[in-house]
Design a protein around this ligand. Structure first.
Ligand SMILES: [Zn+2]
Ligand SMILES: [Zn+2]
Length: 365
């Protein structure tokens, strides 16, 4: 076998390896930060020990009828989000039938398989930080029987009857480590996600009292009947039209501009939570679709700011479309192949393919 032929066979083997394991090579070439971010997204469950939130993992697979310490805490959790009783009774540690029903409803609302059991996925979701707005007392979409929609509305379907809303950020209720400019920048971005799809504009003003929407950071019991709980647990809450209050828990480690390095385990993305809460300010309830911005739970170190088809469909039915919105940009988002962002993702793969093809022809012409 001639030496040039050996070189050609070696080159062919190299090309075959590249073709067979493109992901492996692509991942190696990712910037360090991007690799870290993709790892964080893949690992949705982050176990954090803190004194303010529940650890329900010890209740996995507890059977109906059994008496286990911690069940009363679970009942209080489910009561907090509208699933159990009216709060007047004291909760026992017995896993009774009403708790089973509450778990089934929770599973239905959060898009889990409805088993009525405390399976691992249910307990995991209950242990994640989330929005403080109740999942019940909401009305489902009115698309009729044949629907795949998951969005809901606040009971009574309240909405703003104006196309221009003002918002102000509290100068007194804030967190020290974020500048007012940082918070304003995040708020602008969060409002723009919604303003791009509905004919409602949001204008930042200084006068907090007169503003339609009032945003601030609050701790513990702050006088609106929905106390915050410190690190993780409940992250924020907002009130439906035309109340206009949006409160962030000052106890969180809020992060702007994806800087999750400051507190790797506890960091919560401010824009993601702001975008979710603005949905409530507009009248949307929680979605049972996990990818939706209006899904109630959000893992630490997670950025979720892009409205999904479900979020968009829900808010469009309340406010109608923004006339400036190009219809094709909406329809494109329903077709991943035509979606620009998805196409871009495939481009590097195509490029490598073209390069390899050229190298192949040079070697074997
Ligand atoms: Zn919410
Ligand atoms: Zn509040």
């Amino acid at each position: 076998m001639s030496r040039s032929l050996i070189y050609r066979y070696r080159a062919l083997c190299f090309l075959l390896v590249l073709f067979c394991f493109p992901q492996r090579f692509a991942t190696r070439n990712l910037p360090e930060a991007e690799q870290e971010s993709s790892t964080a997204k893949a690992t949705q469950i982050i176990h954090v020990s803190n004194n303010t939130w529940h650890d329900f993992y010890r209740l996995v697979n507890v059977q109906v009828g059994s008496h286990v310490s911690g069940v009363s805490e679970l009942k209080r959790y489910l009561h907090r989000f509208g699933y159990v009783g009216d709060g007047s009774e004291s909760f026992s540690d017995v896993f009774d039938g009403s708790l089973k029903s509450a778990i089934s409803l929770y599973q239905e609302n959060l898009g889990l398989p409805i088993t009525g059991r405390l399976d691992t996925s249910t307990v995991t979701l209950m242990s994640l930080p989330r929005c403080g707005v109740s999942d019940t007392h909401m009305i489902v979409n009115d698309d009729g029987i044949h629907t795949t929609a998951h969005y809901t509305y606040i009971n009574g379907k309240p909405k703003w009857n104006r196309d221009r809303l003002t918002y102000a950020i509290s100068k007194t209720h804030k967190v020290d480590y974020l500048t007012s400019e940082d918070v304003k920048t995040v708020a602008r971005r969060a409002f723009s996600h919604w303003a791009s799809v509905i004919p409602v504009s949001f204008e930042e003003v200084d006068d907090f009292t007169a503003a339609d929407l009032k945003i601030g950071f609050y701790s513990g019991d702050h006088g609106d009947g929905s106390p915050f709980d410190g690190v993780l647990g409940i992250l924020a809450h907002a009130f439906a039209p035309d109340n206009g209050r949006l409160h962030f828990d000052a106890g969180e480690t809020w992060v702007v501009d994806d800087d999750f390095t400051r507190s790797p385990e506890l960091a919560v993305d401010l824009e993601s939570v702001a975008t979710h809460e603005i949905g409530h300010l507009l009248g949307l309830g929680h979605s049972s679709q996990e990818s939706a911005v209006m899904y109630p739970s959000l893992s630490p170190r997670t950025k979720k700011v892009d409205l999904t088809d479900d979020d968009v469909a829900g808010v469009l039915k309340l406010y109608g479309p923004n006339p400036k919105l190009r219809l094709d940009s909406l329809t494109q988002s329903e077709d991943p192949i035509q979606n620009g962002s998805v196409s871009l993702r495939f481009l590097p793969g195509n490029f490598i393919g073209y390069v390899l093809l050229v190298v192949f022809f040079i070697l074997f012409r």
